[in-house]
Ligand binder design. Structure first.
Ligand code: ATP
Length: 775
């Protein structure tokens, strides 16, 4: 009990004195990063310091450098911006400024520095480290520090965590703040969409990104914009206006009432001339006669609380950064913490900065092929796909007409954010290739009972990207529960050459059934892909399911509101019940992203000793808070964590155990967790995965047709099995895995979830950062 969080402060035997600063432009998630660094440092028996106002705080010293304690960062997870301030500091760019900074750091006893900022800030940090030996020597020679101080501060350990809304840093897929910024942009464009549609207007929208078009590109995909301008992929001055007008007039001819063009702040043509929103507007007015307005989103893009993903990313990066400085030595290169797909990674900071700078150099040298090589795979894939689904013409000339196919999409299971985005991308990409996209309406029972299948029309789905739920309808019926023979019959009748299933565990079960029935039903001998989509994220074969991000955003927002209520009443905690079936993913990540006291999950059940310990910890925390805790206390419980210890029972136990010193309430967000408007992550990932699924189907006809012998029998083989696959994200890979392998080896059938849990680390971190004591 003594380790309840407020008293979790380093005592004797301090390992290191770790300071953290935020520098450059502010970004949502910076506070989550600082909180994680401070608490991890204290947890690891270090002293923690904050440097206020970036490098100028380091140069100014005094009160700008402060020791900070565990409870000082209560409630920071939900705060936007950076609570320790940030600045741009010219003095630090000069050696003199860095000498003063070095002196101030030594006087404060700081031995390691973690900088959360963009490439400029990280360049400064690395230079500081490289120069450190000469700086301390000069301080010793001029008598400003003692020999003792000199000996103790021989080496400066640094680490970078990348915070920047532009996502302009190489060697990491995403930077802290960029998805929150994208969220603000998409919400704004969703609102603009409605007015544009009402008046049949065109809107030219400027988004941030001076040297990087990531925000413009991802917003373009997520909001189904008609055209984008980004610095990485410019056209000739003589060509861009013509091409833009061709695409937009095609869209208008097909019946679209509105036009959205997104322009990155740093948009240029291939001769490096800037392209401004007004340039674009003038062309739309003059050449197409469109009633056109310009909207500059400006600093709204930096504002507000961080989305769940940024809280997760910032928190994990903070934990890894402390680990990196504790394990650093003069021979290890300065590290930078980033993420690749779903895996937190440590990269060489200098190499990452060099690579980032080389992007700007390649742009200046007009070597745009190199620019694309230097951007990560995810970026170039997204750009390729955006261009494909927004090409003016249907039918890709590189695909001959005999290769034009009929592909169908179906939703199975509960609705999840991103299902409609997948349908939108699927249909648009099919059309751009010359295929015919079909939708199967209302799941497998819709097909077998009502023959509800028809081709998708471009205009009909035009605004589906930003819609929640499932426009084509979804239910949990599997083929065997309906009529697998009829399903095969209709697939044959409509000459369906490939099937994309988007859904949760029932969708996996359905794919397994279809694949397993191929020998009896020739209509099922087609390539088939499952894109997991369920808020529970319980489908084996992937660490990410469409909808889980939207759900987490909803939960985090919900918990922020509840937490405010709990905090205002000073002596109340909330037990929040979350969905997730038998899977504790959502509960764990909600705990991590909302800073909840604990999460009870089905995989662990609720141990009475643990519950007792959690309540004792809660008592101590309420006592120590003394009414000053900025964030209210929340406990998260998965709906199926325990049969006996229901949410109400836990709430009652807490109330009665508190002896009147605090009370508890329960809160059940229920179906709110399925989300309203899908998050940008769910929309953009749905697009990328749907297009990858079509590419997979296109390239698997041979493998499946070879599985039939001369008399039409189906012979199973690894090649044939591989044509029915789950498309998932696993660590830093996007993978197609045969459903037979997943079903036979990776699925816990009774519990309807994956066998291997990948969120243990997130659980440990979530507990550690709230000082939870485990039995
Ligand atoms: P953003 O991506 O938001 O612009 P950034 O970290 O790249 O963030 P900068 O303004 O480039 O923002 O850098 C922030 C601060 O880092 C600068 O004001 C300066 O104090 C320090 N800094 C940047 N570059 C250097 C450098 N080459 N040497 C020393 N310090 C630097």
């Amino acid at each position: 009990i003594a380790t309840a969080n407020n008293s979790n402060t380093a005592t004797n035997d301090v390992q290191q004195c770790i300071a953290v600063m935020t520098s450059g432009g502010d970004a949502p998630g910076m506070n989550a990063n600082v909180r994680a660094i401070i608490r991890t440092a204290i947890h690891k028996n270090c002293k923690a310091y904050v440097i206020h106002e970036g490098y100028s705080g380091l140069v100014n010293g005094g009160d700008f450098i402060k020791e900070i304690h565990w409870s000082d960062v209560n409630g920071w997870l939900s705060d936007g911006g950076t609570n320790i301030g940030t600045a741009r500091c010219m003095e630090f760019k000069e050696r003199e400024g860095r000498l003063t900074a070095c002196h101030n750091m030594i006087n404060a006893g700081i031995t390691a520095l973690i900088v959360c900022g963009g490439d400029g800030s990280l360049t400064g940090a690395d230079l500081f480290r490289a120069e450190w030996p000469s700086l301390i020597k000069e301080l010793l020679d001029t008598g400003k520090i003692t020999q003792d101080q000199f000996d103790k501060h021989q080496f400066l350990n640094i680490c970078g965590t990348v915070g920047s809304i532009d996502n302009d840093m190489s060697s990491t897929d995403v930077t802290i703040g960029s998805y929150s910024s994208l969220d603000r942009i998409c919400k704004a464009i969703d609102y603009i969409d409605a007015t544009a549609n009402s008046h049949q207007r065109a809107f030219v929208i400027e988004v941030m990104g001076r040297h990087c078009g990531w925000l413009a590109l991802m917003a373009g995909i997520a909001t189904s914009a008609d055209y984008i301008f980004i610095p990485e992929s410019p056209s000739k001055q003589s060509e861009w206006s013509e091409h833009m007008c061709k695409v937009i007039s095609k869209h208008r001819e097909r019946g679209k009432r509105k036009t959205i063009v997104i322009v990155a702040e740093g948009a240029i043509d291939s001769s490096l001339n800037p392209i401004s929103c007004n340039d674009v507007k003038d062309i739309l007015v003059e050449k197409l006669g469109l009633d056109t307005r310009v909207t500059t989103l400006g600093h709204v893009q930096r504002g507000g609380p961080a989305v769940a993903f940024d809280r997760y990313l910032a928190t994990m990066q903070g934990v890894y950064a402390v680990d990196a400085v504790l394990n650093g030595n003069p021979d290890t290169p300065s590290p930078m913490i980033g993420i690749s797909e779903n895996k937190i990674i440590k990269r060489n900071l200098v190499d990452a900065v060099k690579l980032t700078k080389s992007v700007a150099e390649a742009i200046n040298a007009k070597d745009f092929d190199k620019v694309m090589e230097l951007r990560d795979t995810e970026f170039s894939e997204h750009l390729k796909y955006f261009k494909a689904i927004n090409s003016a013409d249907f039918k890709d000339p590189s695909l001959s007409s005999e290769n034009h196919k009929n592909f169908a999409i179906i939703n199975v299971g509960a609705p999840a954010g991103g299902m409609n985005s997948a349908t939108y991308a699927f249909a648009n990409y099919c059309l751009s290739r010359g295929h015919t996209p079909y939708a199967i309406y209302n799941g497998f029972s819709g097909l077998s009972r009502h023959e509800s299948i028809r081709s998708l029309d471009w205009l009909e789905i035009e605004n589906w990207n930003s819609l929640g739920g499932s426009e084509i309808g979804t239910n949990r019926d599997t083929p065997l529960e309906t009529d697998i023979g009829l399903i095969s019959y209709y697939l044959t009748k409509y000459k369906i050459d490939g099937l994309l299933i988007v859904g949760g565990f029932e969708a996996l079960e359905s794919l397994h059934q279809l694949e397993n029935s191929r020998s009896s039903y020739p209509g099922l001998r087609i390539p088939m892909v499952l894109i997991p989509a369920t808020i529970s994220n319980n489908v084996p074969g992937t660490e990410y399911s469409l909808g889980s991000d939207t759900c987490l955003n909803q939960l985090v927002e919900y918990c922020d509101i509840i937490s405010q209520s709990a905090s205002a009443t000073r002596n109340r905690c909330f037990v929040v019940e979350v969905q997730g079936g038998n899977c504790g993913y959502i509960a764990t990540y909600a705990q991590l992203c909302a800073g909840a006291e604990c999460s009870y999950v089905p995989e662990e059940g609720i141990d009475l000793k643990q519950l007792n310990l959690d309540i004792q910890t809660l008592k101590i925390n309420f006592h120590n808070d003394n009414g000053r805790n900025k964030s209210g206390r929340i406990l998260i419980k998965s709906e199926l964590a325990s049969k006996a210890l229901t949410t109400d029972v836990i709430g009652d136990i807490i109330s009665s155990e508190s002896n009147g010193r605090f009370d508890s309430r329960t809160a059940i967000p229920g179906h709110v967790q399925q989300g309203g408007i899908p998050s940008p992550i769910d929309r953009t990932r749905a697009t990328r995965l749907a297009i990858k699924a079509i590419e997979f189907m296109e390239s698997n006809f041979d493998n499946i047709s070879k599985a039939e012998n001369e008399i039409g029998e189906f012979i199973r083989s690894p090649e044939a099995d591989s044509t029915a696959a789950v498309l998932g994200i696993q660590k830093n890979n996007v993978l197609f895995t045969p459903v037979s392998k997943i079903w036979d080896h990776e699925t816990h059938k009774e519990n309807r979830m994956r066998k291997i849990i990948f969120w243990d680390e997130a659980r440990e971190v979530a507990d550690m950062l709230v000082g939870r004591v485990k039995v």
